[in-house]
Ligand binder design. Structure first.
Ligand SMILES: C[S@@+](CC[C@H](N)C(=O)[O-])C[C@H]1O[C@@H](n2cnc3c(N)ncnc32)[C@H](O)[C@@H]1O
Ligand SMILES: Nc1nc2[nH]cc(C(=O)O)c2c(=O)[nH]1
Ligand code: SF4
Ligand SMILES: [Mg+2]
Length: 258
């Protein structure tokens, strides 16, 4: 967890917006998820999210947002310090809740970076995004009282109402090269995924192929993935959708900054 320096305003939940972007962490790693798994990339993780998935592997961006307000220049400078990298992954939290993410993406594009945005697909923004890595949230993500990592189900209704936006999602699919990356907890998720993909196909002019739809096993640790990955791999073979590993978890488990 990065600690805010004296020069930077710390981010806390319910905070008034500061200057620039609330940044939880910037780190260099391999893209662990999706069609570009294995590509060396700089990750820029914003703080704050409009959803509250019970399983969120970035708890300190959603349930308890933490970090520091930073201007775009300082973020670009840190990205450029990783000289080998040509790919940048903007993630969060939900990076597209922040209008300033557009400016950051514009600057990254002008510097020649390939940009991937990891997003829950509920907010559309017009920006130079090379790959929209959209992870629409299923009913199994909802923080019921039994599955609330922090409280007693206080976010259940808000999460349930906001987790799918059938205006923003097809709009993003039509605007950008897209992968739809679903977190799968077990086989009961599959009918909802199929239904959602059908709805997106009906609402877009873009062809969404079966291998643009990725099934990703739920799990923050190797141990948790041991309980989900085989079943999700079988589901991919049965459905014709694509499987994505969580390469970073396989390599580094849940170590910070990976
Ligand atoms: C922390 S989210 C940030 C971006 C955005 N808010 C979203 O959900 O797409 C980054 C990615 O991690 C996935 N993810 C979060 N928690 C997970 C878990 N416990 N197991 C598997 N994937 C998870 C999300 O679905 C998303 O694809
Ligand atoms: N290595 C690595 N790959 C990732 N791909 C998407 C990530 C994310 O948190 O959005 C992520 C992450 O946190 N680490
Ligand atoms: S939408 Fe993304 S960042 Fe927000 S709670 Fe869910 S997984 Fe975490
Ligand atoms: Mg992650």
């Amino acid at each position: 967890m990065p600690v805010a320096s004296d020069a930077e305003e710390p981010v806390t939940d319910g905070d008034a917006a500061g200057e620039g972007l609330p940044i939880n962490e910037v780190f260099y790693s391999l893209q662990g998820e999706g069609t570009r798994a294995g590509v060396p990339s700089v990750f820029v993780r914003t703080a704050g999210c409009n959803l509250r998935c019970w399983f969120c592997d970035s708890y300190h961006t959603s349930w308890e947002p933490t970090g520091a307000w930073r201007d775009v220049d300082s973020i670009i400078e840190e990205v450029q310090s990783h000289e080998q990298a040509t790919h940048v992954v903007l993630t969060g939290g939900e990076p597209l809740i922040h209008e300033e993410s557009v400016e950051l993406l514009e600057r990254l594009a002008a510097e020649g970076y390939h940009t991937t945005v990891e997003t829950n697909g509920t907010i559309y923004r017009d920006a130079p995004i090379d790959l929209a890595s959209i992870s629409p949230k299923l009913a199994s993500s909802t923080p019921t009282p039994e599955r609330d990592p922090k409280g007693d189900g206080e976010f259940e209704e808000q999460h349930e109402q906001n987790r799918i936006d059938m205006d923003a999602l097809p709009r993003m699919v039509d605007a950008y090269e897209t992968q739809l990356k679903f977190v799968v907890t077990d086989e009961s998720d599959l009918p909802e995924i199929t239904d959602l993909v059908d709805q997106v196909r009906a609402a877009t002019a873009t062809t969404v192929a079966d291998d643009d739809v990725l099934l990703m096993p739920e799990g923050m640790t190797r141990e948790q993935l041991d309980g989900t990955r085989s079943e999700v791999a079988e589901l991919a073979m049965e459905s014709g959708f694509r499987y994505t590993p969580r390469l970073h978890v396989d390599l580094w488990n849940d170590a910070p900054g990976t």
